[in-house]
Write a protein that binds this ligand. Structure first.
Ligand SMILES: Cc1cc2nc3c(=O)[nH]c(=O)nc-3n(C[C@H](O)[C@H](O)[C@H](O)COP(=O)(O)O)c2cc1C
Length: 345
């Protein structure tokens, strides 16, 4: 259903936001989309069918760090539908972590087969696991046999080359994966270049499991590419939501994109909550600085402000800069200009 419904909505002059039944997921972004971010985003924007937690690393006996456990505790994730993500290459550790997650009430866990970072890949985890399909097969045999929860997988399309993908997909086709989320880049590409959407369309034709598309979605109209397939059930968006929160619409799927008054309240509350929970102002400040790298380019005259935000280590200076940035933007919007004028949303 989903894809054709989207296309109908768009061709009728609507937006994806009106395609209520098409699931939209918030991608995991380690260091950014922790529980404070997720629940604050939900309060101001919503419209997300599932949030995926940044990866939880395992050790013998289950989840490695208290900080990671805290991030997925249900009491910290009220009001959102969360799927915890696991990063490991040890089946036993996966099963133990999944059991802990099931005990917390989760019915689905996500396996990370996409992380490209050197320290992860060198241990044969994340995208690094795709280099050894024999051992990945043994791992999948065991976890699909013993996991107490349903398993979705978030994957890249290869380590070095897109030619690796057919064999990877053939392996995935042997398991009842709840949803196969494909970020169509190889590990070598990290986040560079254009995603290989042709490879995703190959998956649409050959996957035995439902698919979710992930990668560089920043506009509604990009959804049109899924027109020819019905196996793609959902879209996962990460950096697009950091840059333009709410661009897919709110819980009623009404687009909030570009509303700088809402955005101001959102970033203020986010900072307030980080300050409450984190020891030391500097940590809260770093969190906000990271977010502004994505947010700022959607303001009209942002360069000098972003430069200051990136440079400062003082909370007072940060607050004053952000205040000025919003002031300038809101007054230019009142005059009728602004970053979103004439843009399709
Ligand atoms: C800073 C950062 C942290 C990320 N952390 C994770 C993670 O913990 N788990 C994961 O599966 N992917 C992670 N990713 C990948 C994203 O979930 C997503 O696949 C990628 O950003 C492409 O989607 P997008 O273009 O919509 O952002 C991360 C990406 C970035 C930029």
């Amino acid at each position: 259903m989903a894809v054709n419904h989207i296309v109908d909505c768009i061709s009728a002059g609507g937006t994806l936001a009106e395609a209520k039944s098409f699931p939209i997921y918030f991608a995991p972004l380690e260091g950014i989309t922790g529980y404070i971010f997720r629940t604050t985003y939900e309060k101001y924007y919503g419209g997300i069918d599932k949030y995926f937690s940044p990866f939880v690393v395992t050790r013998d006996g289950g989840i490695m760090k208290n900080k990671e456990l805290r991030d997925i505790l249900p009491e910290n994730n009220q009001g959102i539908d969360l799927v915890p993500q696991i990063l490991t290459s040890q089946a036993q550790n996966f099963i133990q972590a999944a059991s802990q997650m099931e005990a917390l009430g989760y019915g689905e866990v996500n396996l990370n087969l996409g992380c490209p970072s050197g320290t992860v890949v060198s241990k044969g985890r994340g995208a690094g696991f795709l280099a050894n399909l024999l051992s990945l097969g043994r791992f999948l045999d065991e976890i699909f046999d013993k996991s107490p929860c349903e398993i979705s997988i978030k994957t890249r399309i290869g380590v070095e080359d897109v030619e690796e993908f057919p064999a990877i997909l053939k392996l995935y086709n042997q398991y009842p994966i709840k949803e196969l989320i494909i970020h169509p880049r190889t590990r070598r590409e990290f986040y560079r270049g254009i995603p290989h959407r042709d490879v995703f369309l190959y998956a649409c034709r050959h996957s035995a499991n439902p698919l979710c598309y992930n990668g560089d979605v920043v506009e509604m109209k990009e959804m049109k590419m899924f027109a020819e397939t019905s196996i793609c059930r959902s879209v996962m968006i990460g950096r697009g939501f950091l840059a333009r929160p709410g661009f897919c619409g709110n819980a009623g799927r009404k687009a909030d994109d570009g509303d700088k008054v809402v955005l101001k309240a959102f970033v203020e509350e986010l900072l307030g909550r980080y300050r409450e929970v984190m020891s030391g102002e500097i940590h809260a400040l770093h969190k906000m600085k990271e977010l502004w790298i994505y947010l700022a380019p959607h303001f009209t005259n942002y360069q000098k402000y972003l430069k200051k935000i990136k440079k400062t280590n003082k909370m007072g200076e940060y607050l004053a800069t952000v205040e000025q940035l919003f002031e300038e933007e809101l007054s230019s919007l009142l005059k009728g200009g602004g970053a979103y004028e004439g843009k399709e949303i």
